[in-house]
Ligand binder design. Sequence first.
Ligand SMILES: Cc1ncc(COP(=O)(O)O)c(C=O)c1O
Length: 349
Amino acid sequence: MIDLSSDTSTRPSQAMREFMAAAPVGDEQLREDPTVNELQDYTAELTGKEAGLFVPSGTMCNAIAYAVHARPGEAVILDRTAHPNIAEGGGPAVLAGLLLRTVDGTRGVYDRDQAARVVHAGNTHASRTALISVENTANMGGGMIWPLETLAGLRDLANEHGMKMHMDGARLMNAVVGSGNSAATFGSYVDTVWIDLSKGLGAPVGAVLTGSREFIEAGRLWKHRLGGAMRQAGIIAAAGLYAFRNNVDRLAEDHANARLIADRVVQTPGLELIRSPVETNIVIFSVAGTGLTAREYADRLLKEHDVRISPYYDVSVVRAVTHLDASRGDCETAAEAIAAVAENALNAA
Ligand SMILES: Cc1ncc(COP(=O)(O)O)c(C=O)c1O
């Protein structure tokens, strides 16, 4: 099967597994795991921050950051389609007692003026807005990269109102490779930023949250509280180190493969690329013109061509994500299959 349902479907390569097996380990909870410590330091340096914290998932990074940056009853500004609003089990409300003040950005990206409208200083009636949260790349925006000037505008707003700023970097390295801006450049606009190891970077598990030393100390308490403190975790942290050394530059191939699929979508009657242009590794398109629902279309693609993509947030929208386990040839095959399902559906109509 060619699995383009998500870049989380990547599996650790043999070389990554060997590197993991050889990693020196210690008790991570006691800060004695040398591989975890190296990964944390590496990621902190990469993002231009003082310190890093290795945790099991990106969701936990967002949970920790929100809990440290804001007090119960306070509010967070984020795009309506951002992961904490749609896919974290209500974590911001349940774990940190926060309100989400969502804004409707363009492809997951919103600007200073939009955010300014929902900032409250806080009084007996309105809750204080404590945090601005951005997602780079914006997943549901079709892998959109945040422009630096937009981040700068939000940073100014945050400074004017004493708010913190957080970046969900589930796919930060895609943004880096796609834009040519360094992780530290993106990181310079925000107080905290994290990178997922288990998506396009190809590691099986983990994410690293970075920020000031003081923030990371507070975050460590939350990590423990949430049950995220581990023991000989170097064995999985090693996969992250391997990924940073070997799997970053090649993300450009994933981006080229995503554009190849998008080009085929654009040429195919019945299909419509609804997040355009494709900037990184995510292709989101509508199948409404084929007369099929997203689920029917994805099922046919899988059954007839052994290509998996995901029905997405709407009855007629699907998402294909390229990654290191899908070669150029796989993506060419998938692109033809994507077109064939649409053409057959139209011919049968
Ligand atoms: C933008 C974004 N943020 C956060 C997450 C959560 O990451 P994890 O699956 O590592 O918890 C995801 C996962 O799909 C994501 O796409």
